[in-house]
Ligand binder design. Structure first.
Ligand SMILES: Nc1ncnc2c1ncn2[C@@H]1O[C@H](COP(=O)(O)OP(=O)(O)OP(=O)(O)O)[C@@H](O)[C@H]1O
Length: 267
C-alpha cells in the first residue's frame, strides 16, 4: 500500500490492475473525538499488508469503514474497484473479514458457525461440507468442531472467526489482530495458510501491534497515529535500515517513560 493522501482520485492507470483496496479521505468522528482524519491508501493486489499504530490510532475504525462495518463520515473505499458503500453485496463477496470485538453467533458449534458463514456467502452446501472439516483441521479446531463457540477460549474464538472469513476463498482478507490470544503453534499454522494464500494471488491486510511479526511477515506496511498515515509503502522502504519497531517509535514519538510511579518502587 502506498500513501495516497495527496492523491484525491483512485482511478488506476490504464493497464494496471485495480488495487485490492483503495481508500480515499476516510474520516470518522465520534462525538468530539476525531478517530480517523482523512486516511488515503492503496493496498496492491497480492501484497501482505500490515497496519500498525499505537492504541487508539484509528486502525480498527479505518478497517471497519473499509469493509462495510462502519459508515464513514467522509471518504470512499473500493475493493478491487468495487465501492464498498454503494455496491456492498458485490464488494463483500470479494472480502473475508476478521473484525475486532464483533459478537459471533456463539450458540452455534464451531462447525455450524463456519458452515453458516459459507451459506450466507451464497456457497452451495456440497462445497461448504467439503471445506469446513479441512479448514477446521488446518486451524487445529477439528476436535472442537462440535463444541459451542461460547465455550471456546479466546484464541479458539479468534481461529473460528478466521475460518468463517476464509470459507468462501475471498480475494481480499482483512484481519484485525489475527494473532492476538493465539498460541505459537496455531500462529505458525495461520501464517502458513496466509503465506500460501498470498503466494497464489490473494491479498491480506492485518492490523497488529507486534512489529517483529509485521516486519517478518508483511511486504508492505502503513504506520497510523492519531487517525492519520505517518508512513506507508514496502516494509524495507518504511523502516529505512532500522528495525520496524525503532522506526515506529521514531515516527510515533513518545518512547520510554521512566519518571513517576515512585510509589510502585516503595513496597
Ligand atoms: N464506538 C466508538 N465510540 C466512541 N469512540 C470510539 C468508538 N470507536 C473508537 N473510538 C475512539 O476512536 C479512536 C480510535 O479507535 P480505534 O479502535 O480505531 O483504534 P485502534 O488503532 O484500533 O486501537 P487499538 O490498537 O487499541 O485497538 C479511539 O480514541 C477510540 O476511543
Amino acid at each position: 500500500m502506498t500513501d495516497a493522501s495527496s492523491d484525491p482520485a483512485s482511478v488506476p492507470s490504464p493497464g494496471q490492475p485495480a488495487p485490492a483496496l483503495s481508500i480515499r479521505g476516510l474520516a470518522k468522528r465520534f462525538g468530539g473525538k476525531i478517530a480517523v482524519d482523512g486516511i488515503s491508501l492503496d493496498v496492491p493486489a497480492g501484497s501482505f499488508y500490515g497496519m500498525v499504530g499505537p492504541n487508539g490510532a484509528g486502525k480498527t475504525t479505518t478497517l471497519s469503514m473499509a469493509t462495510g462495518l462502519l459508515r464513514p463520515d467522509f471518504g470512499t473505499a473500493l475493493v478491487h474497484g468495487t465501492d464498498v458503500w454503494s455496491e456492498p453485496l458485490e464488494a463483500k463477496k470479494l472480502m473475508g473479514v476478521l473484525p475486532d470485538g464483533v459478537r459471533l453467533f456463539d450458540r452455534l458449534t464451531g462447525e455450524q458457525l463456519v458452515s453458516y458463514a459459507g451459506l450466507l456467502r451464497g456457497m452451495d452446501r456440497g462445497t461448504v461440507r467439503s471445506r469446513v472439516p479441512e479448514l477446521l483441521a488446518a486451524l487445529d479446531l477439528g476436535a472442537d468442531a462440535g463444541t459451542l463457540v461460547v465455550d471456546y477460549s479466546a484464541g479458539m474464538t479468534k481461529k473460528i472467526a478466521l475460518a468463517s472469513a476464509l470459507i468462501h476463498a475471498p480475494r481480499l482478507l482483512v484481519l484485525d489482530e489475527p494473532f492476538e490470544s493465539v498460541d505459537p503453534v496455531s500462529a505458525t499454522n495461520i501464517r502458513g495458510i496466509l503465506d500460501s494464500y498470498v503466494a497464489s494471488g490473494g491479498t491480506v491486510i492485518v492490523s497488529s501491534h507486534v512489529m517483529d511479526l509485521v516486519q517478518r511477515m508483511c511486504s508492505h506496511v502503513a504506520v497510523v497515529a492519531a487517525g492519520r498515515v505517518l508512513a506507508a509503502g514496502p516494509v524495507d522502504e518504511v523502516r529505512n535500515g532500522s528495525t520496524l519497531e525503532d522506526r515506529f517509535v521514531d515516527l510515533v514519538g513518545g518512547g520510554r517513560r521512566t519518571e513517576g510511579l515512585e510509589w510502585l518502587r516503595t513496597f
